[in-house]
Write a protein that binds this ligand. Sequence first.
Ligand SMILES: *[C@@H]1O[C@H](CO)[C@@H](O)[C@H](O)[C@H]1NC(C)=O
Ligand SMILES: *[C@@H]1O[C@H](CO)[C@@H](O)[C@H](O)[C@H]1NC(C)=O
Length: 493
Amino acid sequence: MVLAQSFQFLPFVLLFITLATQSRAASPEQWRSRSIYQVMTDRFARTDGSTTASCASSSNGYCGGSWKGIENKLDYIKGMGFTAIWISPVIEQIPDNTYEGEAYHGYWPKNYYALNSNFGSAADLKSLVNAAHELGIYVMVDFVVNHYANWGDANIDWAGLTPLNSESYFHPKCWVDWSNQTSAEQCWMGDGYVPLMDVNTEDPNVVDILNNFARNLTATYGFDGARLDAAKSIRKDFWPAFVSATGVYSQGEAWFDDAASLCPYQDYMDGVHNYAMKTHATNSLSGSESMASLAAAMNDLVSQCKDVSLLGSFMENHDNARMASVSSDIAILKTAAALTILSGNGIPIVFYGQEQMLSGSSAPYNRQALWLTGYPTGPDTLYPYFTTLNTFRIHVSTSDNTFLTAKPSYSAPTNNVLSVRKGNTMMYISNEGSKAPSTTLTSTGWPLNTVVVDVLSCQKVTTDGKGNAAVKMSGGLPVVLGLESALVGSGLC
Ligand SMILES: *[C@@H]1O[C@H](CO)[C@@H](O)[C@H](O)[C@H]1NC(C)=O
Ligand SMILES: *[C@@H]1O[C@H](CO)[C@@H](O)[C@H](O)[C@H]1NC(C)=O
């Protein structure tokens, strides 16, 4: 989002830098076609390439993942068809081994102007971004500007924080009451062991400092996108100038499960993580919510959000239980994968390890070291499945330039099936898992007497003289239909 009106107050030189940055950087338009792989830097790959270095699934400490480690494994990410990565926050963290562990995740800042040396050097970070760019992969950095952290809530070392080195830059201590939005914005997250002191983002001096920091960090390392941590915990009208300062596409974390609360954030940033889909879909895939209810929630997003194609479509992340802890049924895990990539309600985001069906539940168990899997890419993993899904999405976007912006629509043709219609594609997913009986599903509105292909099973059907296609869904596995003519050259089926 570029807010032209914010420029008029800037001195000419700053204006020039801002425009120069924006002409280089990646816009929402450029991000729409991307597919993001979310990397937890400490847990993805080590500089030494080890596949045996210990990292207990219960570990709350640093395990040794690094920016060099990611750089050396970019081919693994690219091989699944991802065209962007989101990495952990890069800034310096509190060094302590607290009662709640270490800041390996990156959400306990101490110094915004220094890097987290556990992940490598400035040269390593620049090298990662350059290497990603050479492979056509964007890099999204995670901004944490809502708070700083401290080990203990007595005797906070305010002077030790950079650059907001005085208590006067912070809201007075009160613990967040999530039912009260003012409290969510002005009180403190965390607890007495690791309080997250809430930055006073109502103070104009603080706002200037944070905006300059955003401009500097993005430009210095050449980042292409900004993930906005705790977006719900800062007043909405703080964000437009911050987003403009980054000069890149932004996606915020506003943890709301309903369109009415979530969508308004899109007026202040380019996109938000699609928590409404994630929550309803997890409920549906675990049987506690009907597919009709999921379809309604998805349609609400389309009608209430400014542009659903710029949301973030995800089923796993660092704050939620892995899908393989919700269900061990491979059909359900494939369904979650297909929904992530082809929901139509956002830019796909796959959390590292979803392709290996890692099965941890709450943090830190959902943050296992990926290197302990040995990075297999074969049919026992979801790696080739993600490659197919991403390949299909890229191919239909390329062969039909209206696909990405086409409004999706959702319905529940049976109690256990959701249909997703978008442009000249159709997806069916089931919440019954492998035990689902075979069923024939008929969709309308296709070109007449034309071959459509399920790219996941390669079953082909010819539409009738009225544009109906009847396809078979078996074993609860997703069906993803596209026109055969649109798949030429894709290598699919
Ligand atoms: C960016 O921040 C670094 C400190 O992290 C500082 O050395 C540098 O001068 C800043 N650059 C600009 C253009 O403000
Ligand atoms: C909401 O939180 C704010 C900030 O802590 C507080 O001043 C206000 O009284 C709270 N409102 C209610 C209704 O509790």
